[in-house]
Design a binder for this molecule. Sequence first.
Ligand SMILES: *Cc1c(COP(=O)(O)O)cnc(C)c1O
Length: 392
Amino acid sequence: MDDLTFHAETLLTHSGREHNQMGGTVNVPVYRASTLLFPTVSALQSVQGTLNTYGRHGSPTTRSLERVLCDLEGAAGAMLTPSGLSAVTTALLANLQPGDHLLMTDSVYDPTRAFCNKTLKCFGIETTYYDPLIGADIAQLMRSNTRVVFVESPGSLTFEVQDVPAIAQVAHAHNAIVIIDNTWGTPLHFASFKHGVDVSVHAATKYIVGHSDVLMGVIMTTEEQYPKVRAFYKHLGISVSSDDAYMALRGLRTLAARLDRHQSNALAVIDWLKCQPEVESVLSPALPGCPGHELWKRDFTGFNGLFGVIFKPLPESAVSALLDGMNIFGMGYSWGGYESLIIPANPSAYRTATSWNAHGPLIRFHIGLEHPKDLIKDLDQAFGRLRKLNNR
Ligand SMILES: *Cc1c(COP(=O)(O)O)cnc(C)c1O
């Protein structure tokens, strides 16, 4: 929808539905097509240079999803990718050349780090990691060949909120751009482009899809960035299926309602966790004491179900005692679906520019849409297993 004065909930419900309503359907159909046919030579010629020549360049289904995402985050253009990681790597490659320098937050999603350390390195692109809490002091790390500053705010394992506007101001003054991994923020809770970001990437796999059944990424850009990134994306031959786009669009429609419930459920579980003597601290940007909490209050409009819990020092076997035998919580490497997940994490294995100083284990929680009392009961039993082990 063109009218950006609508609230997010209204955009989520109505944007991206400007299809020709075949049969009067509410939803845009799944357009399965590689080949598009043209009745005349002049019709064929008239679409040259547009996205309407061939199936790889998208369909009404994929374009509807792109439309909603742009409307929500305030982007000039969007491109869908087959995974969140491919959105990250495509956005980086579109903006870096041999001899360039990249500044990367030390809190970044580990597969992004692996891409920098292996693939970008082979391409002659150097990466320097920086403390996520560096703010405007990033100026000290800028070099004449620094082209990209990459932020992930908050980090999806350790939850430091970054001062994105301060970092963007420094980057732009040095002729570099800012790419954000905005997966945690979602297009609803962090307005990247208002905060100085040039390119925003998401693992749509998480809250946008929201149902743990589709892998997808999205790259969104400013007007200025769009032609270059779109051309690069096109040259790489990246394309997603309309079936997957349909599923993502279907999930996306309920994003605001789901996030509200993820938030309130997470708060209920956090309140309970904070009262357990084994818990050292809870890492959620919404809580005072979480690094960058003041920045979260300034820049974000909400949080969600993903947070970390640092435990007091525990014996080796304690984490297994806690996590083995959960009834409701599943153990898996993802988040953003409707279901609750719990997983042990070890940030010290990844860090290079900063160190992770927690003495006890870190466990990451994703609170789903179950009733919080049932989740707390499951956790109460888990802490019971832990205490039994400790008392032996
Ligand atoms: C999951 C995730 C990704 C990668 O998304 P995939 O769809 O699994 O490739 C990237 N960044 C963050 C912060 C993530 O949580």
